[in-house]
Design a protein around this ligand. Structure first.
Ligand code: PM9
Length: 459
């Protein structure tokens, strides 16, 4: 029997009830939250597409693993299981657990960066760039121009532009570039992949210039899926093989295991160089915990080791990305401007085109996320000027070309019917777009402002 549809490669064993609220309740909730969806109570949310971070559903195997936690302070059995799994699946020899991704970013940045350095990357990520800046570096965007264009259908918008890299070396010298930071399935670009060809070429480029290559591997399995689907000659390889090759092309990695690996908390820093590992062990005890747990419980390391093996299964990743694609195509069919191609973890609404009457200074994506919640109880996240923050040197707002609202799909949590309801919610808010007002800050935190900022309508 020929069949082309995907279905979830699991059945549901336990459910969590959710409830719809009234419009009056939601108007009050979003006002009290300062029009910031991060400040809503989860209880007041109907379908929660804020993030795919730490909100996935664990499998029965992972829950069983939770019962095998070895909570010894030092040398937990689960640490060795995690370390061996990272080496087997991701190729890195050494693993230092951290409480989550930014814990790994902090340690990595402190070790590798000298004040005055420059760190090129395929688009910024909020926490990643902040840790680079706190360590004294300047982030330099070297992603291809297509990544900043929501309508470009380039299949690998996560690719590096080598002319931009060469220009940076020319300007500052290779000696002031400690490493190139490469994210797989670039979050801020719309969940867009880097190709294997581009990454192989980057490996050679880094070797020629004696510069390290660091991998933000938070969504590496989703990137591998796009390589399998879109890149010449990759169709017959498994996700597991492609993931392994991606990792083996890089020297070290930071991981937020709350995404791909489907655990509620955790992360790690991994590398091949023993000297780097020694330095990471020395710092992890300052910020996270002993090098055999780094802020994670033994049971959480066990669930993570199992989650890694599940994350690279072909049928899992096909259904995962397939569900995101389903929502994206439904929105496109309904005439909603979204970032194309549809990304791996989320559908990104183009707030510039949906709310052309709101200038970027009045935070159109923030306003759209608030309006979508008010309309439907669907929670999303701003990924535009608020997330971009201010330039560390000048204090001026970064004004990103992409002014987006992210509908982020948690792994193994919602059904196709939830995607249908979400699409209808977006259609309703589109009909009322002209009435949506811009916002201004009533409170602006200095760092990572998007998390806790508060706003009021401009009018
Ligand atoms: N990403 C997300 O929702 C969680 C909070 S928003 C700052 O997309 C990448 C590519 C991420 C990421 C978190 C981190 C940080 C690093 N790199 O949140 O500290 O998408 O585990 O990881 C979020 P942690």
């Amino acid at each position: 029997m020929a069949h082309h549809s995907w279905a979830e490669p699991y059945k549901i064993k336990m459910v969590e009830l959710i409830k719809m609220t009234s419009r009056e309740e939601r108007e009050k909730a979003i006002r009290e939250a300062g029009y910031n969806t991060f400040l809503l109570r989860s209880e007041d949310v109907y379908i929660d597409l804020l993030t795919d971070s730490g909100v996935g559903a664990m499998s029965d195997q992972q829950w069983a693993g939770m019962m095998l936690g070895d909570e010894a302070y030092a040398g937990s059995r689960n640490f060795y299981h995690l370390r061996d799994t990272v080496e087997e699946y991701y190729s890195y020899r050494y693993t230092v657990p951290t409480h989550q991704g930014r814990g790994a970013e902090n340690i990595l940045s402190q070790i590798l960066i000298e004040p005055g350095d420059f760190v090129p990357g395929n688009m910024y990520f909020t926490t990643t760039r902040l840790h680079q800046e706190l360590a004294g570096a300047t982030f330099v965007d070297v992603i291809i121009d297509e990544a900043h264009d929501p309508v470009s259908e380039h299949p690998f918008k996560g690719n590096v532009d080598f002319a931009k890299l060469d220009a940076l070396v020319e300007r500052v010298g290779a000696g002031h570039i400690p490493y190139v930071c490469i994210a797989t399935c670039v979050n801020m670009a719309g969940g867009q992949p880097i190709s294997l060809e581009n990454l192989r070429r980057l490996r050679k480029w880094c070797d020629q210039h004696d510069i390290m290559l660091v991998h933000d591997m938070t969504r590496v399995a989703e990137n591998a899926y796009f390589i399998q689907q879109r890149e010449h000659g990759q169709q017959d390889r498994s996700i597991r093989e492609i993931v392994h090759e991606i990792c083996s092309l890089t020297d070290a990695a930071t991981m937020s295991s709350k995404k791909d690996a489907m655990v509620n908390i955790g992360g790690f820093l991994a590398m091949n160089d023993p000297g780097f590992y020694e330095k990471a062990c020395a710092l992890v005890v300052v910020y996270e915990g002993l090098h055999t747990y780094g802020g994670m419980a033994g049971r959480d390391m066990e669930a993570l080791a199992i989650g890694i093996t599940e994350s690279v299964q072909d049928d899992h990743i096909r259904a995962r990305v397939g569900q995101v694609e389903y929502l994206g195509q439904k929105l496109i069919a309904g005439g909603v401007p979204v970032v194309q191609p549809i990304g791996g973890h989320a559908v990104f609404l183009d707030a510039r085109r949906i709310l052309p009457h709101i200038p970027q200074e009045q935070f159109p994506a923030q306003a759209l996320a608030a309006a979508l919640y008010e309309e439907s109880g669907v929670r999303s996240m701003e990924r535009g000027v608020v997330s971009a923050g201010r330039d560390a040197a000048t204090g001026e707002n970064h004004m990103p070309k992409l002014e987006l609202v992210r509908l982020t799909i948690p792994r193994r949590v919602y059904t196709q019917a939830h995607m249908d309801v979400t699409a209808e919610a977006v259609f309703s808010v589109m009909e009322k777009a002209e009435a949506i007002q811009g916002l201004r800050f009533t409170y602006e935190p200095e760092m990572l402002r998007f998390f806790q900022a508060r706003f009021e309508p401009v009018a």
